[in-house]
Design a protein around this ligand. Structure first.
Ligand code: BES
Ligand code: ZN
Ligand code: ZN
Length: 497
């Protein structure tokens, strides 16, 4: 999708559809909406008076060939309650407009921002909403309709004096959302077409295009580094594991500056291993690499946006299979850190690969860590697919992440990590065991396990098991992989000092 800022007056915008929005129970009486109403000889106010146009969130009302406007159509999206409206809703209604129009074979649109939304942040949200909504995962459909997408969108409403902000917001929104779609592509890929080796190849190709340094560790190198936890997960599979390391280094880096580490779980398929999962819904376990995909998407965007801090992404990737060499319940593994782990349940494999991922990231010099992982079914029970679970050992750093999530319009909710939960992972045989001793708190238990490997490094854990995948299409988004955490992590890295 080609995106531009267009400063012409709304009435002169030539597009197949000019989009704007109306709040719940609002009448088009002020500002740009009043102007549109006048230009269309009261068409909008008549629809509002008739009760057809109400402003309910995501309502779509289409006017054809409006007299007095250069555009061929006007689409009015319901924006919901004005008091609740923020950039999260702005992003979603821009997306809802794209999805409503692309299904009608419309190609060229203009989105008219209203008076209160003429900031760089608003332009960014609109650009992101449109690019994310234009995405559909139909790669393997041989009968897909050609070009069922919006090809160009203009951002309107800004004037010559405010357009600098709009241009900047648009540019940032474009790279961020395209990178989130890059992460979604990886998440939607079936596991036979995205093994750990193929994921590493795609990461390396992206790194080369983006100018990031890349290092891919194979199983031999992992053995040299004594990554016993990661290798234990991989041993049941015919496909070898990979550890992907991408590094962004800013120019003129102060050697004492903090280094942000992004660790992502990338299990390209999770059968559960010997503790095998039920077959129902197992096909979805191809998305068990979405933590890693989020880190790759974030790095892709950051390579362009050039934050002032150094960032290292560490992505342990493996299949979790019940092969003849697979680890078995009760096996004891020694992690890279030296800690011994009793593997009670081979399906709790994400925390095993992250244990070594986190240790390696610290060894590489990361002073702050964020991990993202589709770690537990329990976080889905707690927060459904609405909020990602957030855990942290350093409240100031956790608050930075939560503030970035808010700014990026990604819903995330902090859960506790009290020391009392440490008892849950006590083992009778080894230093720790990889599952809780059966008293609930499954998402916390997973986080407590990873915490064992973070030492004194400030660390935030994102459990995205519920939010990395959407089963249903939304007015603003296709179903499937969501690319969650990319926007939050990009925002965090851009502000990180
Ligand atoms: N990949 C799963 C978690 C998951 C569940 C992701 C649902 C997406 C949707 C993870 O590896 C897993 O199997 N976790 C177990 C842990 C348990 C054995 C302690 C779980 O949550 O059931
Ligand atoms: Zn599992
Ligand atoms: Zn898993």
């Amino acid at each position: 999708m080609e995106l531009t800022v267009d400063v012409r007056p709304a009435a002169q915008m030539e597009a197949e559809a000019l989009v704007t929005y109306l709040f719940d129970q609002e009448k088009p009486e002020i500002g740009i909406l009043a102007q549109l109403d006048t230009a269309t000889s009261g068409a909008i106010s008549k629809l509002a008076a008739s009760g057809e146009l109400t402003g309910t969130l995501y309502e779509t009302t289409l006017l054809h060939y409006p007299q007095g406007l250069a555009a061929e159509r006007v689409l009015i999206i319901g924006a919901g309650k004005k008091e609740k409206f923020g950039t999260l809703d702005l992003r979603r209604i821009a997306g809802a407009a794209v999805r409503a129009l692309k299904s009608r074979q419309i190609k060229r649109i203009a989105f008219l921002a209203r008076e209160n939304e003429r900031s760089a942040a608003a332009a960014q949200a609109i650009a992101e909403g449109m690019i994310l909504a234009n995405y559909d995962s139909d790669k393997y459909k041989t009968d897909k309709k050609p070009g069922n997408e919006i090809t160009s969108a203009a951002l309107a409403g800004w004037d010559v004096s405010s357009r600098t902000g709009a241009d900047a917001g648009l540019a940032r929104g474009r790279i961020t959302a395209e990178s989130q779609n890059f992460a979604r592509d990886l998440g939607n890929e079936p596991s036979n077409r995205l093994t750990p080796r193929l994921l590493a190849e795609r990461a390396a190709a992206m790194a080369r295009e983006s100018g990031l340094a890349v290092d891919i560790l194979d199983e031999k190198k992992m053995a040299e580094l004594k990554m016993g936890a990661l290798l234990s997960v991989a041993q049941g599979s015919a496909e070898p594991p990979r550890l992907i390391v991408l590094t962004y280094t800013p120019p003129n880096l102060d050697p004492n500056a903090p280094v942000l580490g992004l660790v992502g779980k990338a299990i390209t398929f999770d059968t559960g291993g010997i503790s095998i999962k039920p077959s129902n819904d197992m096909e979805k376990m191809k998305y068990d690499m979405c933590g890693g995909a989020a880190m790759l998407g974030s790095m892709r965007a950051l390579a362009v946006l050039k934050p002032s801090c150094k960032i290292i992404a560490v992505i342990p990737s493996s299949e979790n299979m019940p092969g003849g060499r697979a680890q078995k319940p009760g096996d004891v593994q020694i992690a890279m850190s030296g800690k011994s782990i009793e593997v009670i349940n081979t399906d709790a494999e994400g925390r095993l690969v992250l244990a070594d991922g986190v240790t390696y990231a610290r060894q590489l010099g990361c002073t702050h860590l964020v991990d993202a992982a589709t770690l537990t079914g329990a976080v889905v029970t707690a927060l459904a697919s609405i909020n990602a679970g957030v855990f942290g050992t350093d409240q100031a750093f956790t608050d930075q992440l939560l503030a970035s999530a808010k700014a990026a319009g990604e819903k995330m909710w902090q859960l506790p990590l009290d020391d009392e939960y440490r008892d849950f992972i006590k083992s009778g045989v080894a230093d720790i065991q990889n599952v809780g001793s059966g008293k609930g708190g499954g998402a916390i238990t997973g986080a407590m396990f990873i915490r064992e490997f973070t030492g004194d490094t400030p660390w935030v854990h994102l459990d995205i098991a519920g939010t990395a995948w959407q089963d249903d299409v939304k007015p603003w988004n296709a179903k499937g992989a969501t690319g969650v955490a990319v926007r939050t992590l990009v925002d965090l890295a851009m502000k990180f000092k």
